[in-house]
Design a protein around this ligand. Structure first.
Ligand code: NAD
Length: 486
């Protein structure tokens, strides 16, 4: 079977009316574990984005008019192609994004789910018949927005692009995708090739990797009706400012600082396992990672000991050449951020129980005890394998401490009593909350999204896509026009 992505054939190119060299030039994409160059990918500038958005706007009406069954078939073929090329895509996710094999395999499965879920959308009812005046046929119907700009991050690059690209296309929009410059292949080329091979008409999807410059150009482009942005809260605010000024729709899926609450009746071995997974999966570089372990006083020592023991047993290294639990941090900048947060938190009085060290980009899983609400590791999103533990007196204080953040993405409660866990969960201000589970959870059909500084109320996930990627139109038809009184 020929490869899905051939770096030699695609050298220096972007996908925009076919494969071509962009005006913005090209850059190497590198392996964070080794610093080695993996491929040379075209990078967009503002003129490339402008041309892509125009091309998308011209291609969109014909795509929207394509029968629903044909649109669905393209999505299904993309899913089948992904499944057929899964090992190749997994290898790009491991090498370019630094994720371990299990994370990469999970991601490919989740992307296939997104594609199958999106394929089911075009065949669903997309409006309703409304009562109206005699002789007047009155319909409320959902119509596509036009061109949707998708801006995605590096940490789960294929999934976080596809969860917007697939439903937007399925519902008749054209899409311009700008993946992060650190993952242009796994977050960009792979998506482009899947839809090219699946038979999506030329011009309906454009994929142009690049940094903040082309991102800002896409956000303000006059042909773009909506931006689906996933990334940091700081950049999300900027995107929101621009889309607000230009009256575009925006879906903003932003940072998190998620609480895992451990009550005194929890099974502490299971809770520590959930806690370790929530803070250390993908080296904590996940928006839903547990950034705060909030533990009731009477079990705090026993829980923290168990968590530290699990952290010590984890292996860290190059996920491409070794079977490790954690891979590298994505960049020097991310490493510096994690080191700063740990150092400042320790200077403020917290203790490192394990970790706090690194070899190159490989940061050891770290447990911080004695963390309080004033400390940087409590207040800021860490995005690294660090588990700060905060001790509280009772359930009420656990709720107050968990809600003491501007973020509101995910939360979890561990308790021997589902009723007690649920009563507490209902008081947490988050978009996602789990009883007797951990914070990192997603499925293709759930209403995924955050509150507060974690997002603007947008929700990803199959049925919710109708609200995100279509707009209502009232349409009336009379057989014969009637005269008005004057
Ligand atoms: P980031 O905000 O730096 O970058 C995200 C994307 O925005 C990239 O494609 C980047 O090139 C682009 N960008 C940067 N500046 C821009 C600008 N001025 N205008 C338009 N686009 C611009 O985020 P990151 O560091 O790559 O990703 C990590 C962050 O993303 C974390 O805060 C994490 O919590 C968050 N995240 C959220 C979710 C979610 O679903 N809520 C999922 C994954 C990651």
């Amino acid at each position: 079977m020929p490869r899905l992505v051939d770096p030699t054939a695609l050298h220096g190119k972007v996908f925009s009316q076919g494969w071509r060299a962009p005006a913005g030039g090209a850059a190497a994409t590198t392996e964070p574990a080794t610093g080695r160059a993996l491929a040379t990918v075209g990078t967009a500038d503002a003129s490339d984005i402008r041309a892509a958005a125009r091309g998308a706007a011209l291609a969109q009406p014909a795509w929207a008019a394509t029968p629903a069954a044909e649109r669905a078939a393209v999505l299904r073929r993309a899913a089948q192609l992904l499944e057929a090329h899964a090992p190749e895509v997994v290898s790009w996710l491991i090498r370019e994004g630094g994720g371990v094999r299990g994370k990469a395999e999970y991601e490919v499965g989740a992307v296939a789910d997104e594609l199958w879920a999106a394929a089911a959308l075009p065949g669903r009812p997309h409006g309703h018949l409304l009562p109206s005046q005699p002789g007047r046929h009155s319909v409320g119907r959902r119509i596509p927005l036009g061109v949707v700009g998708v801006i995605s991050p590096w940490n789960v690059p294929l999934l976080l692009g596809m969860r917007a690209v697939a439903p937007a296309l399925a519902l008749g929009n054209a899409v311009v995708l700008k993946p992060d410059e650190q993952t242009p292949v796994s977050g960009g080329w792979v998506t482009a090739r899947l839809f090219e091979e699946a038979g999506l008409p030329e011009g309906v999807l454009h994929v142009l990797p690049g940094d903040a410059g082309p991102g800002a150009a896409l956000t303000s482009d006059p042909d773009v009706a909506m931006i689906a942005f996933t990334g940091s809260t700081a950049v999300g605010r900027e995107v929101g400012r621009t889309t607000g000024r230009l009256l575009k729709r925006a879906s903003l899926e932003l940072g998190g600082n998620n609480a895992l609450i451990v009550l005194d009746d929890a099974d502490l071995d299971v809770a520590a396992s959930a806690g370790a997974w929530a803070s250390f999966f993908h080296s904590g570089q996940v928006c839903m990672a547990a950034g705060r372990h909030i533990v009731l006083e009477s079990v705090a020592e026993a829980y923290t000991e168990r968590l530290a023991k699990r952290a010590e047993q984890l292996t860290v290294g190059d996920p491409w050449t070794a079977d490790v639990d954690l891979g590298p941090l994505i960049s020097d900048g991310q490493l510096a951020r994690v080191k700063r947060l740990v150092a400042e938190t320790v200077a403020a009085g917290a203790r490192v129980l394990t970790g706090g060290t690194h070899t190159g980009p490989f940061y050891r899983p770290t447990v911080l005890a004695g963390v309080t609400a004033a400390m940087p590791a409590f207040r800021e999103e860490i995005f690294g394998p660090v588990a700060p533990v905060i001790v509280v007196a009772d359930d009420d204080e656990a709720v107050a401490v968990a809600n003491d953040t501007e973020y509101g993405l995910s939360a979890a409660v561990q308790s021997g009593s589902a009723e007690r866990g649920l009563a507490l969960a209902e008081r947490l201000r988050t978009g996602l909350v789990h009883v007797n589970d951990q914070t990192v959870n997603d499925e293709a059909h759930i209403p995924f999204g955050g509150r507060g500084a974690s997002g603007n109320g947008s929700r990803h996930g199959s049925e919710n896509s109708w609200d995100e990627y279509t707009q209502w139109q009232w349409l009336t038809v009379r057989g014969t026009a009637l005269p008005y009184p004057f």
